[in-house]
Design a protein around this ligand. Structure first.
Ligand code: FAE
Length: 547
């Protein structure tokens, strides 16, 4: 029992008054989310990892949005928390002095246990651009299922390490279709504002946007959307916009302006390492064990028995630890949590989980495309890798399209878009006993609905501009990237697999608190909704279950 956070179980008690006091302090969190140099990541550097045989009051599986909210709020309420993360800590520079590698030069740090990159944009002028890399516990997992590749962040901070930081609150009129059992007043008055404050969301300065070279691609996107009658909306991002202005002016080291995204941002981005997790660590009650992967949770004597594999950077298991926890929070992301719960139900570790486990999974309707512009409409040699706006045709055409950068370092005359569409198809995870793994029954053909919705925007823009789709970005003559998602959602849907606050039916003390609660679509980029829902649920759980 070498674990440093081991506490007598009496220490976990929390009163409503203490919890509310804790909640108040996050409202000042925006002040805490500073300029965000890579060095800040060290503030969440590790104490000793969890020890074999430890007994802990609360264990959180995963360090993404849901897990970070749970850890912070539990810690502020006086509960000691162990966070278990299968990816790396991402707090130590490589031999080039940087923690993260650049998008244009993916190296060993780029992909989770692959020997070749699997870049979302796989071709350029029709030529494949993927390259060999050493197998390593890199930051971006391109996890292949039948019919779809699901991109996910691996490491302390989860998806916040790799994503574009677009912090979008859905329009209130769309909320009923996103989370039908949740009171929108609570969300829009309390939990979305709390989430946005905690994440450090902010808007680009429109005056700067209008003049700076690195957003020429987005100005072209705005102009062309407008000429076809579509609203272009600025959307907030968690990137530090002041820092980006200084990057563009050449006074600080460049990150977004140097094309960093997907494999981590060395500066500027307020990932969870610098926001929720930094605050959680500062309570002194949160310990994170990176390169530790949870493989089992089952009822045991004196709490839940949790089996954890420790990994090295080759992905080999170097130790297996068994610990006990009074409460376990599944925050391994939509895919990670769904895979664990489906396996644990099917293999007899948690047989009483209900039949909704593994169901209701969606891709947030993601589909990508590019358009070819004329020579008089260049999109810019230097493009900031952080998107700042989108084209909203959600209610008329079922698509919200992020005007995305193509940070290649050369003029491409291409406009690039990631569309989020109202795709109605839902997949189901199931246990495959012969292969010993969890499968997903997604079909690539289901993306046709997304393509049709995205075309409500881009066919019209092409018609107005007299332009065509690019056919060289995703394989020869392929217009649409219809084989991936960045936004996995569902698999343990709120009020179906769990109660209306994420408590798993059949197992008091087991909770789901990540994107798997959301039934497949958020109408916009999802992490603000994941964070806000986690804020709502943990407040209730602390008040009702830990009081
Ligand atoms: P997530 O952040 O994925 O965290 C789960 C964590 O659990 C990960 O760190 C895993 O490594 C870890 N884990 C999984 N299984 C285990 C296990 N068995 N044991 C221990 N640890 C485990 O979950 N969303 C936006 O809103 N705006 C954007 O601009 C945006 N851009 C994106 C760009 C890319 C390239 C990608 C991949 C995603 C993007 N997203 C964006 C999606 C967003 O990052 C995602 O919805 C959230 O990260 C999901 O949050 P969760 O808390 O559900």
């Amino acid at each position: 029992m070498s674990d440093t956070t081991m506490q007598p179980s009496g220490s976990q008690g929390v009163s409503r008054r203490r919890f509310i006091a804790g909640t108040g302090s996050i409202l000042g969190a925006a002040a805490l989310v500073g300029h965000g140099t890579a060095a800040h990541a060290a503030t969440v550097a590790q104490a000793a990892p969890i020890g074999d045989g430890a007994h802990v009051p609360a264990l959180v599986i995963g360090t993404g949005y849901g897990g970070s909210v749970a850890a912070l709020r539990l810690a502020q309420a006086g509960v000691d928390v162990q966070m278990i993360e299968m990816g790396m800590a991402w707090d130590t520079p490589g031999s080039d002095g940087k923690i993260f590698c650049n998008t244009t030069a993916p190296d060993y740090r780029s992909y989770w246990l692959r020997t070749k990159t699997k870049q979302p944009l796989s071709n350029f002028f029709g030529i494949p651009i993927d390259k060999d890399i050493p197998r390593y516990t890199g930051i971006l997992d391109a996890e292949d299922f039948s019919g779809i590749t699901v991109y996910q962040g691996r490491g302390v901070g989860g998806g916040s390490l790799v994503n574009g930081g677009m912090a979008v609150t859905p329009k209130r009129e769309n909320f009923g279709a996103i989370l039908p059992s949740v009171n929108p007043d609570e969300m829009y008055n309390t939990y979305y504002p709390r989430a946005n404050a905690g994440l450090g969301s902010g808007l680009i300065d429109p005056a700067w946007f209008d003049t700076v070279d690195c957003y020429q691609f987005a100005r072209v996107g705005r102009k062309q959307a407008g000429r076809s009658g579509f609203p272009f909306v600025f959307v907030p991002d968690v990137y530090d916009w002041d820092y980006m202005q200084r990057e563009a002016a050449g006074t600080v080291p460049k990150s977004a302006v140097a094309g960093e995204i997907l494999y981590g941002n060395n500066y500027g981005k307020k990932s969870l390492q610098k926001t929720y997790l930094a605050q959680a660590k500062s309570t002194g009650r949160v310990t994170i064990s990176p390169l530790h992967r949870v493989t089992s949770v089952s009822p045991g004597s004196g709490g839940y028995t949790v089996v954890i594999e420790q990994l090295n950077t080759n992905g080999d298991v170097t130790a297996t630890k068994t610990v006990t926890s009074d409460k376990v929070f599944f925050a391994a992301g939509s895919v990670g949590t769904s895979k664990l719960l489906v396996k644990l139900k099917a293999t007899g570790a948690l047989p009483n989980l209900n039949g909704e486990i593994g169901r209701g999974w969606g891709d947030n309707g993601n589909v990508m495309c590019g358009r070819a512009n004329y020579l008089w409409d260049p999109t810019g040699k230097v493009q900031a890798a952080i998107p700042c706006g989108g084209i909203d045709n959600w209610n008329a055409g079922g698509a919200f399209a992020e005007v995305a950068p193509l940070p290649t370092g050369i003029e491409t005359y291409a406009s690039f878009y990631l569309s989020i569409t109202k795709n109605p198809n839902r997949g189901t995870f199931s246990w495959n006993p012969a292969a010993g793994r969890v499968d997903l029954d997604w079909q690539t053909a289901w993306k046709q609905a997304s393509i049709d919705m995205a075309r409500t925007i881009f066919d019209k823009i092409n018609a107005t501009e007299g332009t065509i789709y690019r056919t060289d970005l995703f394989g020869a003559y392929k217009i649409w990237n219809d084989t991936l998602t960045y936004h996995p959602l569902g698999g343990a849907v709120l009020n179906k697999a769990t109660d209306n606050y994420g408590r798993l039916y059949g197992y008091p003390g087991l909770y789901v608190i990540d994107g798997s609660l959301i039934p497949g679509n958020t109408s916009v980029n999802p992490f603000v909704t994941i964070t806000a829902l986690a804020e709502r649920n943990i407040e209730k759980i602390i008040a009702a279950d830990l009081a």
